[in-house]
Design a protein around this ligand. Structure first.
Ligand SMILES: Nc1ncnc2c1ncn2[C@@H]1O[C@H](COP(=O)(O)OP(=O)(O)OP(=O)(O)O)[C@@H](O)[C@H]1O
Ligand SMILES: [Mg+2]
Length: 338
């Protein structure tokens, strides 16, 4: 479903003699349809860059990305993205916020209203359809943002640390909901997180990135039945085992042990032992580790009609007021002072 093929991303700062930052190098990753993949790594290792590339918001400096058999060259309607902050329009109700992408795409609101209501009910917001964002808690707002990302029935969901602003309990609760929703809707999902726990609770597969430049250090398959939780009798032992393995991987100074040498060192293609041969090669002696390194798989390509402009392409600050509503008491907020 999603094929990331030898992707590299180098950013150049503007101006003469601008410095370059190699954010990602030689990323190859195949994500089959319906799979839930978590991407984890230190701050600045290129996680958001990878999501932006898959979303078509950025073109890679090398390699290519294919989604549903089509090379990604621009944003598309069957791919939706969810960010760390809910970014709801403050003057629109929860329901109207969920329906925003429908209006942006020019689809008929009446045909999607019931689905928006069902989604809000599904995330436990039955009595909050008409509430404004400021009347909702942070967790509720993020649930509304989740519904907004789901309203277009995306085949691919890209989530960039969507729950990181929430308190630990809300985060666990909404993670449980996401497990259930993913089972029901089975959109192929790439979920960026800093949280080892979140990655293990949610993902079929965890991709661990190294830093400077971001490379795939290891891919760990999580073969633990869903639903997973940290509660008693919910596969706690297996969850802890994988969490320990990820912890080890993330804290073992990956920069010093990268194949090819020191951080940022350029290396030609095909050199070095490859991204999945980090120093952590398996279980400590005497321990059983159920996860294995995953061989790169070839997924059958499917044709998906090219579509355009997912919801995040229209940041609310840029929306024309006549189309998306005007904040009460602000007659012409976008028209400047007159
Ligand atoms: N538009 C840009 N221009 C220049 N450099 C950029 C740009 N976007 C990202 N970078 C650089 O690329 C690297 C990776 O950034 P990215 O935002 O992808 O990291 P991240 O893993 O998402 O970090 P965090 O966990 O803090 O969100 C960083 O060094 C960053 O400074
Ligand atoms: Mg980021």
């Amino acid at each position: 479903m999603i094929e990331v093929q030898n992707v590299g991303q180098i950013f150049r700062s503007r101006g003469k003699g601008g410095q370059t930052v190699e954010a990602l190098r030689d990323i190859t990753l195949n994500i089959p349809e319906g799979q839930f993949v978590a991407v984890i790594g230190r701050s600045g290792c290129g996680k958001s860059t990878l999501l932006r590339l898959i979303a078509g918001l950025l073109q890679p400096t090398s390699g290519q990305i294919v989604v549903g058999g089509t090379r990604v060259t621009e944003p598309r309607k069957d791919v939706s993205m969810m960010f760390q902050r809910p970014a709801l329009l403050p003057w629109r109700s929860a329901l109207d916020n969920v329906l925003l992408p429908i209006e942006v795409f020019g689809w008929k609101r009446s045909e999607h209203q019931q689905r928006a209501i069902d989604l809000l009910n599904m995330v436990g917001l039955n009595n909050f359809h008409r509430r404004l964002p400021h009347e909702l808690s942070g967790g509720m707002q993020q649930r509304v943002a989740l519904c907004r990302a789901l309203i277009q029935q995306p085949r691919v969901m890209l989530m960039d640390e969507p729950f990181s602003a929430l308190d630990a309990l809300s985060r666990e609760e909404i993670s449980a909901e996401l497990q259930r929703i993913h089972k029901e809707l089975s959109a192929t999902t790439v979920f960026v997180t800093h949280s080892i726990q979140e990655a293990v609770l949610l993902a079929d597969k965890v991709v661990v990135l190294t830093s400077h430049p971001g490379r795939i250090r290891q891919i760990i398959e999580v073969n633990i039945p869903q639903p997973r939780s940290l509660g008693f009798g919910a596969h706690l032992a297996e969850v802890s085992q994988v969490m320990a393995e990820l912890h080890e991987l993330l804290l073992s100074h990956p920069q010093e042990q990268l194949p090819g040498g020191y951080p940022g060192q350029h290396q030609g293609p095909g050199q070095g032992p490859g991204p999945q041969q980090g120093p952590y090669q398996g279980a400590p002696p005497g321990q059983q580790v159920p996860q294995q390194q995953v061989p790169q798989q070839q997924v059958p390509q499917q044709q998906v009609p090219q579509q355009q402009v997912p919801q995040q392409q229209v940041p609310h600050q840029q929306m024309p007021p006549q189309q998306y509503g005007t904040p009460p008491g602000h007659a012409a907020p976008f028209a400047g002072h007159q």
